[in-house]
Ligand binder design. Structure first.
Ligand code: TPP
Ligand code: MG
Length: 280
């Protein structure tokens, strides 16, 4: 990608992070850490990779995205708002009673959300079903699903992985947001996944490992994934949990906690400074 494209993606990712903090602060609850780690990949999907149109959120030919780690919806909502699926005002009432944007994605009420999720492990199975449906329909849309590394401790993920390679779902691309942390601590201390690449290879996947906070690597990975035929692809995206808000980075305590007023100001000051530097 050229420098201008890179800059636009970086600005959008920064805006997605600002929406994330804004939403979680106003909700007084939610999951900032894994939303911030995933913001770059989600931004890339909506602003470069996927064939989607906010004017036609149900277009049968659109690419699909399933946020299997549904608790990280503040980043998804941020990207959808930025893309024009709904107004920014919705972000400010995230998780409020009666509001459209709830604590986990709801496909029935939120334009742009292709699958309800939040029960870890289930979204990836739904994504497999969507990819198989595309094969039956001879449709050429692609299906993307993002999982957490902690989520990969769920047995259902591996059942879905087996299914995806059995049915040669080369229209399916999984992304593991490998930030090293889950709810209770380090993934390695809870139930380690390594070597995750040979595990997925053993399950019949093409495996691509990248720095998931680097847009050039993200682009190369998605471009390669589109060339893989006869098997599904997984992108292992090494990321930093809390990325962009320095006091949240790599801190397990920011998995599922809202910042207080002082912390909110510090986070917004930092992200707004990043945005200003990109806009300069
Ligand atoms: C089936 C299920 N069990 C438990 C939870 C509670 N839970 C929410 S987030 C989380 C940890 C997820 O860690 P990870 O997948 O690494 O997410 P990230 O680091 O990206 O936030 C857990 C256990 C859940 N949502 N679903
Ligand atoms: Mg994690």
């Amino acid at each position: 990608m050229n420098n201008q494209e890179l800059l636009e993606l970086q600005k959008n990712a920064c805006k997605v992070r600002i929406h994330t903090i804004e939403g979680v602060f106003n909700a007084k609850s939610g999951h900032p850490g894994g939303s911030l780690s995933a913001a770059d990949v989600i931004t890339y999907l909506y602003f470069k990779e996927m064939n989607v149109d906010p004017e036609k959120p149900k277009d049968p030919s659109r690419d699909r995205f399933v946020l299997s780690k549904g608790h990280c919806c503040p980043a998804l909502y941020g990207a959808l708002a930025l893309k024009g699926y709904f107004s920014d005002d919705e972000i400010k009432v995230l998780r409020h009673i009666g509001a459209m944007l709830q604590g986990h994605p709801d496909m029935k009420n939120t334009p742009g959300v292709d699958m309800s999720s939040g029960s870890l492990g289930q979204g990836v199975s739904a994504a497999c079903g969507m990819a198989l449906a595309a094969k039956y329909d001879k449709a050429d849309y692609r299906v993307y699903a993002m999982l957490g590394d902690g989520e990969c401790e769920e047995g259902q993920v591996w059942e879905a992985a087996m299914f995806a390679s059995h049915y040669k779902l080369d229209n399916l691309c999984l992304i593991v947001d490998f930030n090293g942390l889950q709810i209770d601590g380090h993934v390695n201390d809870v139930a380690g996944l390594e070597p995750i690449d040979s595990k997925f290879e053993g399950f019949g996947f093409e495996v691509i490992k990248i720095d998931g906070n680097d847009f050039n690597q993200i682009e190369a990975a998605f471009n390669k994934a589109r060339t893989i035929k006869g098997k599904p692809t997984v992108i292992i995206a090494k990321t930093i949990k809390g990325k962009g808000v320095s006091y949240m980075e790599n801190q397990v305590g920011w998995h599922g906690k809202a910042p207080n007023a002082e912390e909110y100001k510090a986070a917004m000051d930092e992200l707004n400074a990043q945005l200003k530097a990109l806009e300069a």
